[in-house]
Design a protein around this ligand. Sequence first.
Ligand code: GLU
Length: 446
Amino acid sequence: MEEKVKIFMDKVIAKNQGEGEFIQAVQEVAESLIPFIEENPKYKQAKILDRLVEPERVIMFRVPWMDENNEVQVNRGFRVEFNSAIGPYKGGLRFHPSVTLSGLKFLGFEQILKNSLTTLPMGGGKGGSDFNPKGKSDNEIMRFCQSFMSELFRHIGPNTDVPAGDIGVGGREIGFMFGQYKRLRNEFTGVLTGKGREWGGSILRPEATGFGVVYYAAEMLKLQGDDLKGKLVSISGFGNVAWGAALKATELGAKVVTISGPDGYIYDADGIAGEKIEYMLDLRASNNDVVKPYAEEFGAEFHEGKRPWEVAVDVALPCAIQNELNGEDAKKLVDNNVTCIVEGANMPCTPEAIALFHDNKIMFSPGKASNAGGVAVSGLEMSQNSLRFSWKAEEVDEKLKQIMCDIHAACAKYGKREDGYVDYVKGANIAGFVKVADAMLAQGLV
Ligand code: GLU
């Protein structure tokens, strides 16, 4: 089997030279799927996996804009329309200086399986720009978003491709982009999700990813006869996902002791709860990309340039960015007797870290399963837009919770080993794949 994976990966590597993150994401999926495909020859004959790793379309464009000093700035914009077998392309837009085509291909590829896992009719896509929002004024953000949408608008639509937020893209950016789309097309449609509540957004969309991560963690623990009450939790990041996860984990009786930013991490032994969680929103709105001010505000410890994985906790929720938790970090967590690692970001754990968790039979969930709550509520936002109706918070929350439970059950079904240990990576990859693969088979060679 290893030989078959190697032959497949050699082809992928040759075709996608230098695209390390994309290759990493495909490798993980290929290791789970190739044995499954060997047992199901219909997928093999139709070369579904070869087709799945090739985006249906990639759009790359210039984004010129004028900064506050009247100087011309030029960024690069992308949209990777990866797979539309089960619905319109769907996935976020990331504005971050590290954005490259490789990064967006990895994210778009993960999104195919993630969106399939939600059980909602959404294909996979991702986009963004190497624009750095750090230190930019509101006006600069608006001018950039308008320029970005001036090209993107011709490629998207409520039945074609429905972008949303991701790192660096929140309610403000979605507002500016929606305004420009509406102006150019002269139509008010659900072309973006994560909109403001007053103009078509779903209630609970901002909280959804973080809430979903914690609902999923609760399901993993429940399967072992455990729950979140009294558990010590470390979270990385301080954005949307980290905020929602901190809120829900605290509500379910856990104690969150860390958050982090590019500058280091905060350790708050008293627990990050109440107004301290709300303060994360102020940190984000400042556009400075740092967490240190939390330490000054609340008298907590700040560990400059370090990651939170050295803190002894029961549950770790990496909610920042890809490859933020490596083999060494994983070893520290394992040595400190962590019981459960649940990814809130996309691919935050490196392959070495995941292997260590698996070798030690520690519960580990990949982001494509555990962070699917965000895009799931985006799917619910699309439904509400189509209905021209909005559901109440309890209705959305109930649906979100049910979706996360269903994703967990599907992953546990396909990932359960003979000794009872659940390999959630394998479970998520196979459970996500089947629906997309069957749709591709039914739709012929397109
Ligand atoms: N960016 C989020 C993700 O990684 C949400 C995408 C969406 O809502 O379309 O899944």
